[in-house]
Design a protein around this ligand. Structure first.
Ligand code: SF4
Length: 139
């Protein structure tokens, strides 16, 4: 019974944490747009969280750099299971324009498991919203 309630809360009101592991901030600006009153994603029960310990979904932007790798790993480990990862932007998917730079390791999936990819440069809030709802359907 408790497990059913936990599953229902994940599906009906997932809390998301965002993390930029080294991009240009373009995707983050679009991502922040998703949480403003124009798109008002909270009406669907999706709430932005600052702490990984309270998050269900990790939304990552940007390629992983040598500098940000340990932080990304630590954040992922701190999110309680079941956890899901959505990568937005071409940089987070493959390394994008930063690929082959001396300090870039590549896409997010070089470090942590990824459930869904949303390529784009940058991704529009509508596309991010669509990806989040599709990910919720998979939960
Ligand atoms: S995908 Fe484009 S907008 Fe997003 S972080 Fe990379 S360069 Fe910036």
């Amino acid at each position: 019974m408790i497990q059913k309630l936990i599953h229902l809360s994940h599906k009906k009101s997932p809390w998301v944490l965002t993390y930029n592991s080294g991009g240009c901030n373009g995707c983050d600006i679009e991502l922040l747009g998703l949480f403003n009153p124009r798109y008002d994603i909270e009406r669907f029960g999706i709430l932005q969280q600052a702490s990984p310990r309270h998050a269900d979904i990790l939304i990552c932007t940007g390629p992983v750099t040598k500098q940000t790798r340990p932080y990304l790993e630590r954040i992922y480990e701190q999110i309680p299971a079941p956890k899901h990862v959505l990568v937005i932007g071409s940089c987070g998917c493959t390394g994008g324009i930063f690929k082959n730079a001396y300090n870039v390791l590549g896409g997010i999936d070089q470090v942590i498991p990824v459930d869904m990819y949303l390529p784009g440069c940058p991704c529009r809030p509508e596309a991010i919203f669509n990806a989040v709802t599709q990910l919720i359907e998979q939960i």
